[in-house]
Write a protein that binds this ligand. Structure first.
Ligand SMILES: [Zn+2]
Ligand SMILES: [Zn+2]
Length: 281
């Protein structure tokens, strides 16, 4: 998994997920930091319409039109249906960007909607799920899903030669089953996610605006401890990445990281320091 993450609560959040050329949210500064890589972006998935998640759209849409690169590559921007702020922005772009050289498509999504990323033998798609954030502003999270095949449980104990023989004998469909693996789950801004929405994901991006519960005035965001709890209940396979951390905690992250390490969790935990660009290999 290759990703570039920038997140500072209130200011700007965006995540470039390279395997499927997706930009999750589009906070301020995204195009000046991604530079030529803006041309690689095929899809934008917005979690909600707050300024710290959409303010980079103006730059992204214009740079794709003006900088050196493929000016004809279409861009699809997905957003939660009914978002007031995004709807206003769509009007703005329709009036001010009449000379775009590429197709710019705005696609409203609802929880449960799917968007195909890749057709073929192992199809990949995005599945939107509901999150709870701010009153009056619909919000969504997104799972990157891959359809895979595995041996059915009652064949898994067989020795390799017998399985090979069954496959050669044309029994492949019979002894195997399709299943969906969540590869990457992005929760956007939200109170603790419903673990069922991201269950079994390899990598979970959960917001953690607060490190301490007493700092939270309104119930719109999560704490790092809640994010850990969600990841444990969701049985995250590889890594929990916490982002959207308030810059007030910049100096406290090392001690929190030590506390988390002492918990001995079955997955890795990475904190995105507010205001730092983090590249993940
Ligand atoms: Zn935010
Ligand atoms: Zn927000």
């Amino acid at each position: 998994m290759k990703a570039i993450i920038y997140s500072k609560a209130l200011y700007s959040t965006w995540i470039y997920y390279a395997p499927d050329r997706i930009l999750f949210d589009c906070g301020e500064g995204v195009s000046s930091l991604l530079e030529n890589r803006v041309f690689a972006v095929k899809h934008v998935f917005l979690s909600h319409g707050h300024a710290d998640h959409i303010a980079g759209l103006m730059g992204l849409i214009n740079i794709r039109n003006n900088a050196m690169g493929d000016h004809e590559k279409e861009l699809r921007v997905h957003y939660p249906a009914g978002s007031h702020f995004v709807s206003e922005l769509i009007h703005y772009f329709a009036r001010t960007n009449r000379n775009l050289q590429y197709d710019l498509e705005w696609i409203p999504l609802r929880a449960g909607d799917r968007v195909t990323l890749l057709a073929g033998r192992m199809p990949r798609y995005i599945e939107a799920f509901g999150t709870i954030h701010a009153r009056g502003e619909p919000s969504l999270g997104y799972n990157v899903c891959e359809v895979r095949r595995r041996l059915r449980a009652d064949y898994r104990h067989l020795p390799q030669e017998e399985i090979v023989a069954l496959v050669r004998g044309g029994k492949k469909e019979e002894i195997s089953e399709k299943y969906t693996q969540y590869l990457f789950s992005y929760g956007g801004d939200s109170v603790p996610l419903n673990p069922a929405s991201v269950h079994g994901t390899e990598v979970l991006l959960h917001e953690a605006t607060f490190l301490a519960d007493e700092d939270r005035k309104e119930y719109k965001h999560a704490t790092v401890w809640e994010a850990l709890d969600v990841a444990r209940k969701a049985e995250v396979e590889k890594e929990l990445i916490v982002f959207h951390i308030s810059s007030r905690y910049r100096g406290d992250l090392t001690s929190v990281a030590r506390q988390i390490e002492a918990m001995g969790l079955p997955f890795a935990v990475r904190m995105i320091p507010p205001g730092e660009l983090v590249e993940i290999e």
